[in-house]
Design a protein around this ligand. Structure first.
Ligand code: GLP
Length: 264
């Protein structure tokens, strides 16, 4: 995996946005994997800006979101579908029928999970999957103990995750404790992964993901298996990495190599 350590969350968002813009410029009909949570919001703002400045178009792209709360319709203000509409979809030119989010209000949620897998396959698979990171090491809503080859399915949220996400809900509001999420196997099938983590609260999960053993106790450690994974961190999120100087050294070497090749 490529580990990029940048000064702050703004730089992380800008770096991530550049990878999405490059992906779309190279392949206009890219299939994008998208994420919710607070971390990707700044990246989405950069994408909206790039679209407004005509640097990029989503007109031929498709998107698949990682997860959705079970029991919330897409019109519900706490649903991830609603979040995506507000944060990205309504500001860009992606066709509404090309934006896929698991259906949290499906009459048969088990069938909806299978259908989601079929829709991803029918679109040709995901080219670039964006990931955030839960404080407990989850990706999507793949909580600790998730099967490392799991597919889209219903997951029970941990108390820690419910607590972390409680800030988005009003005190008297129903907060779902189940979700539909792409599985870890689904995520690993994406042709490239881009995981963003910022802030000191993520430092333990980042360490477990990068330097810990591959294990379901830290679902994000599964990205160690991926051939094309980029992890972009700010200083605070990277602060507990034991080998941080080596990761910085690798990045410098990578950049130098690319410059040498470009100047030939
Ligand atoms: C949520 C989402 C994840 C997200 C994570 C981190 O539970 N299901 O996809 O990565 O929390 O969220 P944040 O970026 O707000 O820290």
């Amino acid at each position: 995996m490529q580990i990029v350590i940048l000064a702050d969350a703004t730089a992380v968002a800008a770096y991530g946005a550049k990878l999405f813009i490059r992906q779309l410029q190279q392949k206009a009909d890219s299939v994008l994997g998208l994420a919710t949570g607070s971390t990707p919001v700044a990246l989405y703002q950069q994408l909206i800006l790039a679209y407004q400045q005509a640097q990029v178009s989503f007109a031929r792209a498709k998107s698949f979101n990682l997860d959705e709360y079970l029991g919330l319709a897409g019109s519900h203000v706490q649903s991830y579908r609603y979040f995506m509409q507000q944060q990205l979809f309504q500001h860009i030119d992606m066709l509404p029928e090309h934006t896929f989010v698991p259906d949290g209000s499906a009459a048969d949620p088990f069938a909806a999970c299978q259908q989601y897998e079929q829709q991803i396959a029918a679109a040709g698979g995901i080219d670039l999957q964006l990931l955030g990171l839960g404080r407990n090491g989850h990706i999507g809503f793949n909580e600790p103990s998730s099967g490392l080859r799991s597919r889209t399915r219903i997951k029970t949220l941990t108390a820690a995750t419910i607590n972390d996400n409680a800030r988005f809900f009003a005190a008297d509001e129903y907060q779902p404790h189940l979700a539909i999420t792409m599985g870890i196997g689904t995520i690993l099938d994406a042709r490239s992964l881009l995981l963003l983590a910022t802030g000191a609260a993520k430092a333990d999960a980042v360490k477990a993901m990068i330097e810990g053993p591959l294990c379901s106790a830290c679902p994000a450690s599964a990205i160690q298996l991926h051939q094309q994974a980029v992890v972009v961190l700010d200083e605070a999120a990277a602060s507990k990495l034991a080998d941080i100087e080596f990761y910085r050294h690798i990045e410098r070497e990578n950049l130098a190599l690319l410059q040498r090749l470009a100047s030939k």
